[in-house]
Design a protein around this ligand. Sequence first.
Ligand code: MRU
Length: 365
Amino acid sequence: MNVNGRHWRTLWPCAGATAFEVVDQRVLPHRWETVRIETVEAAAQAIRDMTVRGAPLIGVTAAYGLALQARADAADAALQAAATRLKEARPTAVNLAWAVDGALAALLAAPVASRAALAWQHAAALADDDVATNEAIGRHGLGLLDALARRKPAGQVLNVLTHCNAGWLATVDWGTALSPLYQAHAAGLAVHVWVDETRPRNQGASLTAWELQAAGVPCTLVADNAGGHLMQHGLVDAVIVGCDRVTRQGDVCNKIGTYLKALAAWDNQVPFYVAMPVSTFDGSLRDGLREIPIEHRSAREVTHLAGLSAQGELLEVQLVPEGTQAANPAFDVTPARLVTALITERGVLQASEEALQPLLTPAPG
Ligand code: MRU
């Protein structure tokens, strides 16, 4: 995506293959900073502290982290220990384990002397695949948006609500849920996006609103609680969200608060779409509610807010009385029955065990 007239990805390798760099998402939208990552520990830490975030991006970050480990020590045990550390950084998005396990299997099958170069190539290929995948998700999603727009009276804007950040910042480029919106805007479709702020970390307010504005896509930030009201008043034509894990029967795990949006969408007959790369499909699980591990993050994300002071400093303020107990489940599960369809790089699929069956096998070719 373009930032100040220059094309960026969220992550890129440094010359000499001794490090990679990422956009620091902790300081957006107020600062544009990048972080150089030189060790597997630093890669795991960047995932844990959400310097990088979003299911696809943490997977690619971990693959580069494993490549740094392969450069330092490519023996089986060292790689296996690094893979475990990376996978433990965040538990919910299956893309992380998927990327690490895929890279590890490829490395363990190769001679030790070739592993460092191979790991680097593997990570680069994963990054490129992510970009192509998200572009394809956007194309398939554009078809759905186009069909919805045709049902509206001529000249009316298509209003789409999104939650959290599933834009280019959550991936290597394009994003998942925002990819159809970028493509719709580029194709001349009149779209407007309602952006949920997405408490507690406010990825909608800090990242999605910034991304959409940078791309010139009309958008309006709303408090998380506003979505139901907007839908009741006919101001939302569709909801599109990303996801961190989708089970065999089509249950969708995404940022906390997604389920409430799905319930409101169901009650108001608003289509609820989930954009997902196939790498987010976890065919080993069936019942999302019982089987998907939900990350519980620090209570401080609930009790405190980060922002920009009037003097232009980044600061954090306390919202609550001293000693307030807070809980911070970071994801929730939306049952398949509330999902209108899944937008994947292989096309638009129903959220059902039968429709998702083909995802259990690799794509032909
Ligand atoms: O905790 P985060 O910010 O990593 O959560 C991100 C989300 O929930 C996204 O919707 C999801 O990862 C899909 S990203 C394309």
